[in-house]
Design a protein around this ligand. Sequence first.
Ligand code: 5GP
Length: 175
Amino acid sequence: MNEIKILYPQEIIQEKIEELAQKLNKFYGNEEIYAICVLKGAVMFTVDLVKHLNMPVKMEFIRLSSYNGGTTTSGKVNAVDISLPDLNGKNVLIIEDIVDTGLTAKFLIDFLNCNFHTKTTKFCSLLDKKSARTADIEPDYYCFEADDKFLVGYGLDYDGYYRNLKCIGYIENPE
Ligand code: 5GP
């Protein structure tokens, strides 16, 4: 296994998630939302975030992929499973692990706009790698602005490993 340098310890991640949940509780009030978790990376973030939300929440899970299995994106987003209920007139909160180039976020927002007239669509991401952005998109909410390093842990993987780490870090010299 590779050596992981810790960037965000467990306690800091949880603090930031609670802060984000407070903002979302304020924004939505008692309105029902559809929380859409983008698998697999956002699974840890989603389950921790929704526990702090006070409004009625329906959870949905979709699966996209753009990575080649290592540390490079293919530059093309594939919808592995994007079956969703009728979201017309609904408040939709997309929950992602990280916005990197922004292609996935753009793909998802375009997909929702093409298929539904939602009441609101908001995009939240645990991490925002602003310096890597190529698509013209910004998350509405994020917890951490990250450097352009390949991050792992807390849902983020390298070749399928490290998703189970409680912290987020980076691999200094990925094999
Ligand atoms: P984007 O389409 O914004 O380039 O990338 C989105 C997806 O790429 C994320 O949901 C995530 O799965 C993957 N990704 C981007 N940067 C990283 C990273 O630093 N580490 C890991 N493990 N995945 C990343």
